[in-house]
Structure formats: structure tokens, C-alpha cells
Design a protein around this ligand. Sequence first.
Ligand code: UDP
Length: 235
Amino acid sequence: LLDENGIRCDGRKIDEPRKIVIKAGGLKNADGSAYIEFGDNKILVGVFGPRDVHPKHMSNTDTGILRVRYHMEPFSVGERKRPAPSRREIEISKVIKEALEPAVMLEKFPRTAVDVFIEVLQADGGTRTASITGGCVALFMALKNHHDDHRAIKSHIAAVSLGILNGQVALDLDYKEDSSAETDLNLVMTEGLELIEIQGTGEEAPFTRDELNDMLEVGSAAIADLIEKQKACLL
Ligand code: UDP
């Protein structure tokens, strides 16, 4: 996965992210929306709400609730994916919901729901991290449009994947790398670079504490850059 100069298959350096595109807006029926690319991942996010909850019994009198549906289009991967929601999509929806909750003050919108719909148009490894990063932009746009309420925004949230390739820490793995990396780890952080989630396993090749620290260091720098891009596109 690395050539003799330490360059990756797609020409990137080991700690270099893929080309990132983040655009706020685009869907006129949504309260907030965003389009994001991490390399060949192409993802659209639509946010609806805060709005009445249906079914009503799911509403909470003390706070608003966040609901997330992550969906991969059947044509988003080389081998056609079955259109029915898979266990993987249900699990990733939950991961994204938990990652985005700390971004906003849902308690300001009791009895309402904020619905986040994520459509993966093209996937190439790291769709959950790209979805979290783009989802935050769409979510902020929805809250800003709703009662003009900036005060309900707590912190930008962004995410990246990291792995170990040939014993070195690599940033933002594509599908090919993800499939053969010794370790892969998803990192979600706030704008104060506090950790929201670290999701990773070293079952096939256990990693050391030093390697974990290196992944956190490379990952936090990348997240800080992503948050700058989120801010720029929301101006
Ligand atoms: N993938 C695929 N078919 C599927 C599910 C995933 O080809 O049914 C690919 C896709 O490129 C995805 C990658 O496998 O981005 C890694 O999937 P994973 O479950 O690790 O989630 P992600 O890295 O996208 O967050």
C-alpha cells in the first residue's frame, strides 16, 4: 500500500487527507443541507426540523430528539448493494446520531424531532466520518434557519479515519486501504479537540499505546482543518 518513497496508491503522503469538498445548502425542501466529498465518497445530507414528532409517543417533553438515517444508494458501490436497510446501515446511523448529538442543544426544542437523512451517492471507505462532518454543517444550517437560533449550537463536530499501513499511521483511508490496513480507527472530536468517539480494533494486528497517540495526534490536526472548512462554508 506504500511505495518505496512512502507514497500511497492514490499519490497521497501518509498523513495527507483526500480532497475535501464541503458545501452548505442545496436542497430547498430541507431546513438544512450539505454536500460532502472525501475523495471518491460523495454524500448528500438533508436535515428537517426541529419539527413535530410522529409518532407522538416518541417525543420527549424535556428535550428535542435527533434521528438519523444513513442510507447507501444501491449504485454507490462497485457491487450493487441491496436497497433494504442493512444491519450495517442501522449501526452506522446510530454511530452518526451519537456523534452529532453533542453538536447541538436539543433541550432548547422540547417535544420536537430533528431528522437527519444521509444519502451516500458514492462510497469509497470512510463514509461514516464524511457523513458526520457534512451532517454537522446541515444540522447547524437547520437550527440557524429555525428561529434564527445560533444559541442552540454547542460545538462543531468532525470526524476522520486513521489506520496503520506498513507499520505507519495513515490518515483518511480509502476503501482499498481500509480493506487491508492492519488497524483502522474512526475518530470524532469537537472544535475544542475533545474526544466524542474513538472506534477502532486491533484484532488482526494489535496496536501500541504510542501508535494510538500518533493516530490521535494526526487525527486531531485533520479534524481541526475540517472544522475550519465547515466554518468557511457556513459563513
Ligand atoms: N462497502 C461496500 N459495500 C457495502 C458496504 C460497504 O462496498 O455493502 C464499502 C464502501 O466503500 C465503504 C467501505 O466498504 O465506504 C467501508 O465500509 P465500512 O463499513 O467500514 O464503513 P465506512 O468506512 O464507509 O464508514
